[in-house]
Design a protein around this ligand. Structure first.
Ligand code: NAP
Length: 322
């Protein structure tokens, strides 16, 4: 008998058809996102779950007596309670690699967008404020030949570094817990300790995954180490930054601007201070959000799911659950 899988979101028809060859599908077809309670009820009969951000914790696992695999359509898996999954022997998979270039493109969009004030000046023009002689008021910062510090030089970090080095002649430095000699050689990037990177960089890009170790990795102390002219970009997860400290750093001129794809609470509240700050470029967590890449991610997640349920090794079991 085929295993049963629950799919908690819309996925491309082709991906669904592939899963249907191997599994019985139960799925959330409503336009509105499902509630936690609805998801817990669905877990009663599921052998597999295809999701992107549902919290997989002891409570969900308790409601899922037959669950064998959770396949996430994302590279980040901070929504997995790894200990709870390990205890029950549940396989957890993610979708690395296929999104590297798309997310790296977005990192560059945020770097360029903040440096040249693209969204702010678009509004300026459309609001009819552009006058002859505005000149200096519209100046931004150069990206080419500037210093870029990448915190979390992994798969996506390397794709950003390649663009920055060879596309914009940037001086790229990075910080990880471990050095990457191959990347240093191939990309011409240099390893700096975190505090040195913060003090050196014109652009600080945060790309480390959200783990217990990286919660609020960047806070008031780190912003004070940055240059007053520095631009901070976050495309990792909102919780890797102390958001209140970032607001204060931007208000007090400790740093000059920020480009953010991720926030502590998503979607962001309508009265959030970022929304009225001209020096903050905000995006709705769209790092990997292109049609082609989201298709590839969904297909890879489907492959992970089906493999785990048909006795084959899934291509992308997350490291901590291997
Ligand atoms: P990856 O290949 O695993 O790279 C992560 C890098 O972070 C590794 O090189 C790792 O090196 C470093 N790292 C881990 N813990 C660290 C710590 N405590 N301090 C400093 N560095 C640390 O992951 P990836 O595929 O590049 O993805 C990175 C993250 O990007 C994801 O986890 C996700 O949160 C985020 N992301 C966001 C979007 C979006 O839509 N905005 C899209 C995709 C991904 P060491 O182990 O040597 O420290």
């Amino acid at each position: 008998m085929k295993p049963t899988v629950f799919i908690d979101r819309q996925i491309p028809a082709e991906v669904e058809a592939f899963i249907a060859e191997h599994c019985i599908i139960d799925k959330w077809d409503e336009k509105t996102p499902m509630t936690r309670q609805q998801l817990l009820l669905k877990m009663a009969s599921a052998n597999g779950l295809l999701t992107a951000g549902a919290k997989i914790d002891a409570e969900l696992i308790e409601h899922a007596p037959h669950l064998k695999v959770v396949s996430s359509i994302s590279v980040g898996y901070n929504h997995f309670d790894l200990e709870a999954m390990r205890t029950r022997g549940i396989i957890g998979t993610n979708t690395p690699h296929v999104l590297n270039d798309t997310v790296a493109d977005l990192a560059l969009a945020l770097i360029l967008g903040t440096a040249r004030r693209v969204a702010e000046l678009d509004r300026y023009v459309k609001d009819g404020k552009w006058k002859t002689g505005d000149g200096v008021k519209l100046f931004g910062k150069d990206v080419h030949h500037a210093k870029l510090g990448i915190i979390g030089m992994g798969r996506i970090g390397e794709a950003v570094a390649r663009r920055a080095r060879f596309g914009f002649d940037m001086d790229v430095v990075y910080y990880n817990r471990s050095r990457k000699p191959e990347a240093e050689e191939q990309l011409g990037v240099r390893y700096f300790e975190l505090n040195d990177l913060l003090a050196y960089s014109d652009f600080v890009l945060l790309l480390a995954p959200l783990t217990p170790e990286t919660v609020k990795l960047i806070g008031a102390t780190e912003f004070k180490l940055m240059k007053p002219s520095a631009i901070f970009i976050n495309i990792s997860r909102g919780q890797t930054v102390d958001e209140q400290a970032l607001i204060e750093a931007l208000e007090q001129g400790t740093i000059s601007a920020a480009g953010l794809d991720v926030f502590e609470k998503e979607p962001i509240e309508a009265d959030h201070p970022f929304l009225t700050m001209a020096n903050v470029l905000t995006l709705p967590h769209i790092g990997s959000a292109t049609s082609d890449t989201r298709f590839d991610m969904a297909m890879l997640a489907a492959q992970n799911l089906v493999n785990a349920l048909t006795g084959q090794v899934p291509p992308n079991v997350v490291d901590e659950l291997l």
